[in-house]
Ligand binder design. Structure first.
Ligand code: CA
Length: 226
């Protein structure tokens, strides 16, 4: 049984999440503040952490940073509506996904399942990535879409491979810039938008209505989950 650590200072929300996650077959631990969260994470080594960023005392982003210092367990951060900056900083500190309050507990359970699935897939270092009808042969740097070979630049290839390796995961522009570091010289996040535009022209059946490379408004991009 997988164990989920819920970090939430509002007892009613913590209880709701615990009920839904337990019903979905998870074991659930609850921590009401950042220090308790770090203690529990160290002691119990949960399989995933759902972390509210709006915590009393120690700041939620600080907790994310601390968690990342000692383990690579998936983290889903919870932010309030409108706190876009927190979302982006959370992702760049290493959170795997985010949900926005007010959320439905069912949505949280679905996210938990998706992130755990991705974490498992990440363990298997795959030479060939297959998502939807896109196939990426990493060692040969070859991409086909529906059997048709597509010519990509090294930067476009690196971008696409990074996104498609974890379908459904939202990447910020800053993270994608890191991903192409070594093949590109850009230092501006907006350069990513230009590469994505070119990639779409090459791989999307309808570039104006992307099927694979989706924009997550205000945050970044993701490759569609198959
Ligand atoms: Ca809170």
């Amino acid at each position: 049984m997988k164990t989920i650590l819920v970090v939430e200072d509002e007892p009613a929300i913590a209880r709701l999440l615990r009920d839904y996650l337990e019903q979905a077959g998870f074991a659930v631990l609850v921590a009401g503040d950042g220090d308790a969260a770090l203690r529990t994470a160290r002691a119990a080594k949960p399989d995933l952490v759902v972390l509210d960023l709006g915590l009393p005392g120690r700041d939620g982003l600080d907790v994310t940073r601390e968690l990342r210092r000692f383990f690579d367990t998936p983290i889903i951060v919870v932010t309030a509506r409108g706190e876009e900056t927190d979302r982006i900083v959370g992702l760049e500190l290493g959170a795997d996904d985010y949900v926005v309050k007010p959320f439905s507990p069912k949505e949280v359970v679905a996210r938990v399942r998706a992130v755990l699935r991705r974490a498992e897939a990440r363990q298997e270092a795959t030479a060939v990535i297959r998502v939807a009808d896109v196939e990426i042969d990493v060692s040969r740097m070859r991409v086909t879409v529906g059997g048709r070979t597509v010519d990509l630049t090294a930067t476009e290839f690196q971008l696409l491979a990074s996104l498609a390796r974890e379908p459904g995961r939202v990447f910020t522009r800053g993270q994608l810039l890191d991903a192409v570091h070594g093949v590109a010289f850009e230092s501006y996040e907006r350069a990513i938008d230009a590469h994505v535009k070119n990639l779409r022209r090459k791989i999307e059946p309808t570039p104006g209505a992307p099927r694979y490379l989706q924009t997550v408004y205000g945050v970044g991009y993701r490759f569609v989950e198959a």
